[in-house]
Design a protein around this ligand. Structure first.
Ligand code: MRU
Length: 343
């Protein structure tokens, strides 16, 4: 990918690509307002767990710049409110991970308010740089699992656009493609927001990676026909038990993969691992019914049709062949193995 999903420009401006316009238009949003960043996360101008984590980190730095605080206490109180404003989506742990990290830095920082603000700007930039490094390591750690000539099935977008750069699934594909040159991708469309069709296909084609788009209902047929060698999906929250929360449709794909003997891999950075929350406490975001009722501004059903629209689902560890992270690979995840890697 030619550009980064989100960037801190030196004059205290954050620039992000507007993902609601892709793939037809590549437009950027520039802002110095943390409330505008919160809005961008909410309406999915920026989306994908690591990308919204990076956005939240930069949003906190913008809030610090906006605060007019005279004392450290005033700054922290402003930042606590900003963190609440930025936490507009409940499922991806990266959001709260980033706002908590920024608050922790502010609380621990010494010096006057200006020095703390500078420290927060550095931390926000570091969250973004760290994300790029973690993605590259995910790609490298996945290499032993991917063979030359592999075709990889994915869902949603866990590519460059879902992170600062490179992607998690994106890194697995790109690093293998760099090494072997002949990696192919099947992208599931991902109803209702079509992140697979709009974003994954776009960025794979930008990088000249052979990609085939399918609708979500075609996955079983693709597996039965032996068209793919493995699945690699992203994650919004990985629990200590190895349960993986990811885009709606992931669970169905994992069950289908198990039935057909297709290895099912999850690729995610350490910032997506949540060793605290129990599976029954994970909040699955439910989005507007109109996301399902309307396509391209037109109702495709009775406008008052009853709709259920959970944005994510939870895949249990027994369906997962391995979780690939920047720290290493957890094969057949169990709580014991997760604790060993992430305690
Ligand atoms: O609703 P979205 O587009 O934010 O959902 C994104 C996903 O589910 C991704 O698979 C996940 O965040 C991992 S991104 C590396």
């Amino acid at each position: 990918m030619m550009f980064r999903t989100i960037e801190w420009l030196e004059n205290g401006v954050v620039r992000l690509v507007d993902q609601t316009k892709l793939p037809l238009k590549v437009e950027f949003i520039e802002t110095s307002s943390h409330e505008r960043i919160a809005q961008a996360i909410k309406v999915m101008e920026i989306r994908g767990a690591p990308a919204i984590g990076a956005a939240a980190g930069m949003g906190m730095a913008l809030a610090a710049l906006e605060s007019n605080a005279q004392t450290k206490d005033e700054l922290i109180s402003y930042l606590e409110t900003a963190a609440q404003t930025l936490n507009t989506r409940p499922t991806a742990v990266n959001l709260t991970w980033a706002t908590r990290r920024m608050l922790g830095v502010a609380r621990a920082a010494a010096g006057d308010v200006q020095a703390i603000i500078q420290r927060l700007i550095e931390e926000a930039k570091e969250i973004a740089e760290e994300d790029v490094r973690m993605c590259r390591r995910i790609g490298e750690n996945a290499l032993p699992l991917i063979r030359p000539g592999f075709t990889i099935q994915t869902i949603c977008n866990a590519g460059s656009l879902a992170t600062v750069h490179l992607g998690t699934v994106g890194a697995v594909i790109r690093v293998a493609h760099e090494k072997y040159g002949d990696i192919k991708v099947y992208a599931a469309e991902t109803r209702p927001r079509q992140q697979g069709a709009r974003l994954t296909v776009f960025e794979m084609m930008e990088d000249n990676i052979d990609t085939t788009l399918i609708t979500d209902g075609m996955i079983g047929t693709v597996f039965r026909d032996g068209r793919v060698d493995c699945c690699v999906v992203g994650a919004d929250r990985i629990l200590k038990t190895g349960h993986v929360t990811n885009k709606i449709g992931t669970y169905t794909m994992a069950i289908t993969a198990k039935y057909h003997g297709v290895p099912f891999y999850v690729a995610a950075p350490t910032s997506t691992v949540d060793m605290e929350t129990n599976v029954e406490d994970v909040i699955i975001e439910e989005r507007s019914p109109d996301e399902v009722r309307i396509i391209n501004g037109e109702y495709i059903t009775v406008p008052t049709a009853k709709v259920y629209n959970p944005a994510f689902d939870i895949t249990p560890p027994e369906l997962i062949t391995a979780i690939i992270t920047d720290r290493g690979v957890v094969k057949n995840p169990t709580e014991e193995k997760m604790r060993k890697m992430f305690a």
